[in-house]
Design a protein around this ligand. Structure first.
Ligand code: GDP
Length: 336
């Protein structure tokens, strides 16, 4: 079956898609994801039906988040890392959460020429970031896309994001293990990496540790390990290790995989993989409820006006957000 075949054609197109995803058919997977990303209510309803039908077949993948500033070498590393996994017999999906595409219409991560090796492999599936909507909306769709990829039998799902803004926190909240890539040399400020991002990391990778950078990378790794040891002194069993790698030369990537599986093993021992996923699902539910509430408020003229007034008043500092929120909820008829 080719990518252009309309899997959804036939008597019950959605049932066809559900079967197709279950068989691991990439065209069906692509069309299911397109429905997940759709803003049209009819399409969205189809997405919900597909997801409900496939829910029992989800959860089987190792979900890996990878972040780092533009130019740190994410796509080069993921391309090579993914190819290594495929060589080891795994099927790999790569999804992107790109905060820049929503703001500017342009995109750092959406470029199709990235990951040239993986994009040639029929054991890989690469999906750029949805380009419309808020970060919350994109995150919602990416979470659902993870589930679809799992139902389609992918063993590893990599979620990539740019190391700017809120998107790291968002991605860390949807994966089992979160790796932060940094460049050799320079401290946090130089690389625009906030302390908070380091705190999100389960694994830190000094990338481009090759050629002239090897000695610098070693020093940088020691600096970061020192900082991490201070930050995570008494915070449980997993102390984020600092690795060195070169995506370009395929060095350190086996160690990265071993570290990821070791992290998974340690977490599973404590029942923390399931617990982390359960917490993530509840946070996801809360996010959806908040999004629905906001949409409901926007859909009621009185409440919408009250919201606009509340935002102005809060901006001007003439009322507190707590009181302003209460007046919006009252205008929406939602006051408890
Ligand atoms: P991204 O923006 O984080 O996805 O970074 P890219 O993977 O596009 O890489 C940015 C630039 O760094 C490109 O010119 C790559 O060839 C180069 N690069 C990527 N990985 C490495 C590496 O491991 N070592 C070296 N020396 N250069 C690399």
């Amino acid at each position: 079956m080719t990518a252009s075949t309309d899997v959804a054609a036939g008597a019950d197109p959605v049932a066809g898609l559900i079967d197709g995803v279950r068989r691991g058919d990439r065209a069906a997977l692509g069309q299911a994801i397109t429905r997940v990303e759709s803003t049209r209510p009819a399409r969205r309803a189809e997405a919900d039906r597909i997801l409900e039908a496939l829910l029992a077949s989800t959860g089987g993948a190792l979900r890996i988040g990878i972040t780092g500033v533009p130019g740190v070498g994410k796509s080069t590393l993921i391309d090579q890392f993914g190819l290594n996994l495929i060589e080891a017999g795994k099927r790999v999906a790569v999804l992107a959460v790109d905060p820049t595409s929503q703001r500017t219409g342009g995109s750092i991560l959406g470029d199709k020429t990235r990951m040239a090796g993986l994009s040639m492999s029929d054991q890989a599936y690469i999906r750029p970031s949805p380009t419309a909507g808020t970060l919350g909306g994109v995150a919602n769709r990416t979470r659902e896309t993870i589930l679809l990829c799992e139902a389609a039998g992918f063993d590893v799902v990599i979620v990539e994001t740019v190391g700017v803004g809120q998107s790291e926190t968002t991605v860390a909240g949807m994966v089992d293990v979160f790796a932060v890539l940094v460049l050799p040399g320079g401290g946090d400020e130089l690389q625009g990496i906030k302390k908070g991002v380091i705190e999100l990391a389960d694994i830190l990778v000094i990338n481009k540790a090759d050629g002239d950078h090897v000695a610098t990378a070693r020093r940088t790794a020691a600096d970061y390990q020192g900082a991490i040891n201070l930050l995570s002194a008494d915070s449980g069993r997993w102390r984020p290790p600092v690795l060195s790698a070169s995506g370009l030369r395929n060095e350190g990537l086996d160690t990265l995989w071993e570290t990821i599986t070791e992290h998974q093993r340690v977490m599973e021992e404590d029942g923390r993989v399931a617990a982390r996923r359960a917490e993530q699902r509840v946070a996801w539910l809360n996010e959806r409820i908040e999004a629905h509430l906001l949409a409901l408020i926007q859909s009621r003229p009185d409440a919408k006006a009250a919201l606009a007034d509340a935002r102005d008043a809060v901006k001007a500092g003439t009322t507190t957000p707590t009181v302003a929120a209460q007046s919006v909820m009252a205008a929406a008829g939602l006051k408890s």
